[in-house]
Ligand binder design. Structure first.
Ligand SMILES: Nc1nc2c(c(=O)[nH]1)N[C@H]1C(S)=C(S)[C@@H](COP(=O)(O)OP(=O)(O)OC[C@H]3O[C@@H](n4cnc5c(=O)[nH]c(N)nc54)[C@H](O)[C@@H]3O)O[C@H]1N2
Ligand SMILES: Nc1nc2c(c(=O)[nH]1)N[C@H]1C(S)=C(S)[C@@H](COP(=O)(O)OP(=O)(O)OC[C@H]3O[C@@H](n4cnc5c(=O)[nH]c(N)nc54)[C@H](O)[C@@H]3O)O[C@H]1N2
Ligand code: SF4
Ligand SMILES: [Mo]
Length: 739
C-alpha cells in the first residue's frame, strides 16, 4: 500500500519540500510539496531523481573492510574494532596531526554533519581538517569574517523585493543558488523581470541564467575584482556614493576604500575584463539610480585567484550603493535556531606545515592536502578520514592526491558508495539514505531569502542493526577519544547534549532564562540524538519559547506539527546586531584586503596571455560527483565535454565531437569537444565531478556514463592567497587534437 510522506529535499541549497509516494521502502513518485511554506510545489529535474537515487542498488548497506587488498562486507562491530586498533597505532606513534579529516559537501545537507561532525573533529585533536569549503565558498567566509566579524554573516540578495540584480559567476537556473537559499530561483528570477526589474549576468559563458537576463556581459575569467573596483571608482568619481541611512555611525573605513580604488577606472580595466568602459560606467550608474538593487557573486568569483578580494568587493558595492542590509538589497537572514556568539573573526591561527597556507574557519585549504601527505617529517599525514567527501574528484591535482591517498597507512570513509576516494578506504562506514533520516536545514537558514524553518521526520524506520550517520560519527569520536568498542553511543550522545546545554546556559544571547544545563535538558524530556540538540537550539533561538519565557515560541514539537514548515517572515535589517567585529562596526577596509590591491594593480599592468583558460560548469541533473549513478541522469547525452568557441576550435583544427587533449600545468586529460557560440572566445569549459571509471569504483552506471576528472587539470599551487582556496576557474590550458 502506498502512503504519502513530506520531506525536505537534501540535494541542494534550495531546500524544496518534496511530496513522496512511498510503497514499502520504495519511492514510487516524487512531486513538489505544494503546501511547503517556502517552495510552494517547486521541483527541479535533480530533485525528481530522488526516488532513483534512493533505490540505487550500488548503495552500500553494510560496512566494508579491506582484507587481502579487497573491500569485503563486514559487521559494524568488526568495522569499529578495525578503525579503533589502527587509528590508535597511528596516533600513538605519530601524534594526532598524523590523522587528516576531509568533510565533503553533503555534511551541510544533513543533521549528522551539522551537529555531530564538530564533536568528532574535536576528539581527533588534529590541525589537519579539510573540507569542500576551500574548493568553494571559503573566500566569502573570510571577507565577511573581516568585514562583519563573523564568517557566517553572509548577506544574500533579497530577490523577491529587488529591482536590479547584478550577478557574477553564478548560474542559479541550473544550480538553484548557492549561499543563497531560495527555492524556485528560476521562478523568482522570472518574477523579478515581470515586475519590471532587471537582471544583469556577468559570466564568460552565456548560461541558461544569462540567456534569460536583460543583459549578459561575457567577462574574461578572473577579472571580476577589476570590474567591481571600477564600479566603485565610478561611483566615487561621479559623486554617487550613498551609504544606507541606518548605517550612519556603524561603518568604518569607507573613505580609505574609495581612495584605494580610485585608480581602477573603467577605462583602465575595460580591455582586461573584456567589457567596454561605457558599459561598466552605466552599470555603476544603474546601481546608484535604482532604489532597490543588489550585487551577488558566487562560485565563478570565489574559486579564482582574487576570490577573497572579489567577495569583499561585492559587499563594498552593495554598501556604497546604499543596498547593504536594506529590503530589496543584500540582507542578513535570521535563523530560527540559536547560534553561539562568536569571537571576532581571526584566521591564520596555524599554517599548513608543508605549503604554508593559512588556517581559516578551523580548516586548512584542500589545496594543501597533497603536500601534507607527501612531505616527510613531524606531523606528516598518514591517515585520512573522509565524511561525505570525494576529494579525489573534487579537489585540485587529483591524480597526485589519488596516489598520495593510496600510500596512506589508513583511510576511513563515511560514505554510502565505493567512490574514486573511498575505493582507497581500509574501512567504509555507510550511512543510511535520506528516507531513513530526519532533516532540518541548519546551514541554509543562514542564507535564506525568507526566515523559514522546516523539520522532516524520517520517512522509514531504520533497521534494528543499522546505525544512523550521527551514531557512526559518535562512534568514531569515541574511538578517537580512546574508547574501546563496543561503543556506548547513548553515553556519548548524552555527553554531547550536556555540552550544548552547558554552553547555552552561559550564552547571553540564548533564551534560556535562569536555567542551568541540567534544567534545560530536563525541559526537552526523553528526546535523544539530533532531535534533543535541535529542540534545545530551537527553544533557545530568537523565535524560541525560551524554556517557558515565550509560551507561543518555537519548540521542536511545534515544528513537528507543521510538516510543511513555518514561515517566520521577510528578512529585516540586522546591522548592528549581526556584527561581531572588535570595533562593533562594519569594517569596510580590512588591512589584509587592501594589501591585496597591490597584487590586483600588478595583475592589471601585466598583459594577459592570448592562450585558452579553463572554467567549470554544472549540469541540471548532476550533483557534484555523486549523483552520476542514476540511469535517468544523462538521458543518452554526453555531459562531460569541453566547450570551445568556434573560432578557438577552428584555430586548432578541432571539430565538434572530436576528442582533444587538454593540458595544464598540473596534468592532462582527453575529452570530446563541443563547439558552441555560448562560450567566450579564449575560454573553454569542462564540468567537474566526472571520471568514475577508475579501478575499484563501484558505481556501475556512473562508470558507463564516462567523462573525465577536470581536477586533474587544476593546480594545487594556484590558490587565492588570502584564503588558500583553489583556483578552479581561469586555469591556463592548451588544447590540441589527439595524435
Ligand atoms: N573543478 C571543479 N572542482 C570542484 C567544483 C567546481 O566547480 N569545479 N566545485 C566544488 C564544490 S562547490 C564542491 S561543494 C565540491 C564537492 O566536493 P565533495 O564534497 O568532496 O564531493 P561530492 O561530489 O559532493 O561528494 C560527496 C560524497 O558524499 C557521499 N554522500 C552523499 N550523501 C551522503 C550522506 O548523506 N552522508 C555521507 N556520509 N556521505 C554522503 C557521496 O557518495 C560522495 O562520495 O567540489 C568542488 N570541486
Ligand atoms: N544541478 C546542480 N546544482 C548544483 C550543484 C551541481 O553539481 N549540480 N552543485 C551545488 C554546489 S556544491 C554549489 S557550490 C552550487 C554552485 O552554484 P553556482 O555558484 O551558481 O555555480 P555554477 O553553476 O558552477 O556557476 C558558476 C558560473 O561562474 C562562471 N564563471 C567561471 N569563471 C568565472 C569568472 O571568472 N567570472 C565570472 N563572472 N563568472 C565565471 C561559470 O561560467 C558558471 O556559469 O551549485 C549547487 N547546485
Ligand atoms: S532545487 Fe534543489 S532542493 Fe529543490 S528539488 Fe531541486 S535539488 Fe532538491
Ligand atoms: Mo559547493
Amino acid at each position: 500500500m502506498t502512503r504519502t510522506a513530506i520531506r525536505t529535499c537534501p540535494l541542494c541549497e534550495a531546500t524544496c519540500g518534496l511530496q513522496l509516494e512511498v510503497d514499502g521502502d520504495r519511492v514510487t513518485q516524487v512531486r513538489g510539496d505544494r503546501d511547503d511554506v517556502f517552495s510552494g510545489g517547486y521541483l527541479c529535474p535533480k530533485g525528481a531523481l530522488f526516488g532513483e537515487l534512493e533505490a540505487d542498488p550500488d548503495r552500500l548497506d553494510a560496512p566494508r573492510i579491506r582484507r587481502d587488498g579487497k573491500l569485503v562486507p563486514a559487521s559494524w562491530e568488526e568495522a569499529d574494532a578495525e578503525v579503533a586498533a589502527r587509528l590508535k597505532r597511528i596516533v600513538d606513534e605519530h601524534g594526532p596531526d598524523a590523522v587528516a579529516i576531509y568533510l565533503g559537501n553533503p555534511n551541510v545537507h544533513n543533521l549528522a554533519g551539522q551537529l555531530y561532525v564538530r564533536p568528532l573533529v574535536k576528539a581527533l585533536r588534529t590541525r589537519n581538517v579539510y573540507s569542500a569549503s576551500s574548493v568553494d565558498q571559503l573566500p566569502k567566509h573570510v571577507s565577511c569574517g573581516w568585514m562583519f566579524g563573523d564568517p557566517l554573516a553572509i548577506p544574500v540578495p533579497d530577490i523577491d523585493r529587488t529591482d536590479l540584480l547584478v550577478m557574477l559567476g553564478a548560474n542559479p537556473r541550473v544550480s538553484n543558488g548557492s549561499l543563497w537559499t531560495a527555492p524556485d530561483l528560476p521562478g523568482r528570477l522570472s518574477k523579478l523581470r515581470k515586475r519590471g526589474g532587471r537582471l544583469v549576468v556577468i559570466d564568460p559563458r552565456r548560461t541558461r541564467t544569462a540567456d534569460r537576463a536583460d543583459s549578459h556581459l561575457p567577462i574574461r575569467p578572473g577579472t571580476d575584482a577589476l570590474l567591481l573596483a571600477a564600479i566603485v571608482a565610478t561611483l566615487h568619481e561621479e559623486d554617487l556614493v550613498r551609504l544606507p541611512s541606518h548605517l550612519a555611525g556603524h561603518v568604518e573605513g569607507v573613505d580609505r576604500v574609495l581612495e584605494q580604488l580610485a585608480g581602477f577606472t573603467p577605462e583602465s580595466v575595460a580591455a582586461r575584463c573584456g567589457i567596454d568602459a561605457a558599459t561598466i560606467r552605466q552599470l555603476a550608474r544603474d546601481l546608484a539610480a535604482t532604489e532597490r538593487g543588489c550585487v551577488y557573486g558566487r562560485l565563478g568569483t570565489t574559486t579564482t585567484s582574487f576570490g577573497t578580494l572579489t567577495s569583499w568587493l561585492v559587499d563594498v558595492v552593495n554598501l556604497v550603493t546604499g543596498n547593504l542590509d536594506v529590503p530589496g538589497g543584500s540582507m542578513f537572514p535570521k535563523p530560527a535556531h540559536h547560534r553561539a556568539r562568536r569571537r571576532p573573526f581571526r584566521m591564520a591561527r596555524w599554517h599548513s606545515r608543508a605549503s604554508g597556507l593559512p588556517e581559516a574557519i578551523g580548516e586548512l585549504p584542500a589545496a594543501a592536502l597533497v603536500d601534507e601527505m607527501e612531505t616527510p617529517g613531524d606531523g606528516q599525514v598518514r591517515a585520512l578520514i573522509t565524511i561525505a567527501g570525494n576529494p579525489v574528484l573534487s579537489t585540485p591535482d587529483s591524480e597526485r592526491l589519488d596516489a598520495a591517498i593510496a600510500g596512506l597507512d589508513l583511510v576511513v570513509s563515511v560514505d554510502p558508495y565505493v567512490t574514486a576516494t573511498s575505493r582507497h578506504a581500509d574501512v567504509i562506514l555507510p550511512p543510511p539514505s535520506a528516507l531513513y533520516r530526519s532533516h532540518l536545514d541548519l546551514a541554509f537558514a543562514g542564507f535564506s531569502v525568507r526566515n523559514v524553518v522546516n523539520y522532516s521526520p524520517a520517512v522509514l524506520p531504520l533497521p534494528e542493526d543499522r546505525p544512523d550517520e550521527w551514531e557512526i560519527l559518535l562512534r568514531l569520536a569515541s574511538i578517537a577519544l580512546g574508547a574501546a568498542p563496543p561503543i556506548d553511543v547513548t553515553a556519548a550522545d548524552t555527553f554531547v547534549a550536556h555540552q550544548l546545554a552547558e554552553s547555552l546556559a552561559i550564552d547571553p544571547d540564548a533564551r534560556t532564562g535562569e536555567l542551568d544545563a541540567t534544567e534545560l535538558l530536563a525541559e526537552v524530556g526523553d528526546r535523544h540524538g539530533p532531535e534533543r540538540l535541535l529542540d534545545l537550539l530551537l527553544r533557545a533561538g530568537p523565535y524560541g519559547e525560551g524554556f517557558g519565557a515565550e509560551p507561543d515560541g518555537l519548540t521542536l514539537a511545534r515544528l513537528e506539527a507543521q510538516p510543511h514548515g513555518i514561515d517566520l517572515g521577510a528578512l529585516e535589517p540586522r546591522i548592528p546586531e549581526v556584527l561581531r567585529t572588535a570595533s562593533g562596526k562594519v569594517e569596510a577596509a580590512p588591512g589584509e584586503v587592501l594589501a591585496e590591491l597591490t597584487r590586483l594593480r600588478e595583475f592589471l599592468a601585466t598583459p594577459p596571455s592570448d592562450g585558452l583558460v579553463l572554467i567549470g560548469r554544472r549540469h541540471l541533473r548532476t550533483n557534484n560527483s555523486w549523483s552520476h549513478n542514476v540511469a535517468g541522469l544523462a538521458k543518452g547525452q554526453q555531459l562531460c565535454t569541453l566547450l570551445l568557441h568556434p573560432d578557438d576550435a577552428a584555430q586548432r583544427g578541432l571539430l565538434d565531437g572530436e576528442v582533444a587533449r587538454v593540458r595544464s600545468a598540473a596534468g592532462e586529460v582527453t575529452v570530446p569537444i563541443e563547439v558552441s557560440e555560448e562560450i567566450r572566445r579564449g575560454v573553454a569549459s569542462l564540468p567537474h565531478g566526472f571520471g568514475h571509471d577508475l579501478d575499484g569504483v563501484e558505481l556501475s552506471i556512473a562508470r558507463q556514463n564516462g567523462g573525465t576528472n577536470s581536477n586533474v587539470l587544476t593546480d594545487r599551487h594556484d590558490v587565492d592567497p588570502l584564503s588558500g582556496t583553489a583556483v578552479l576557474n581561469g586555469i591556463p590550458i592548451e588544447v590540441a587534437a589527439v595524435g
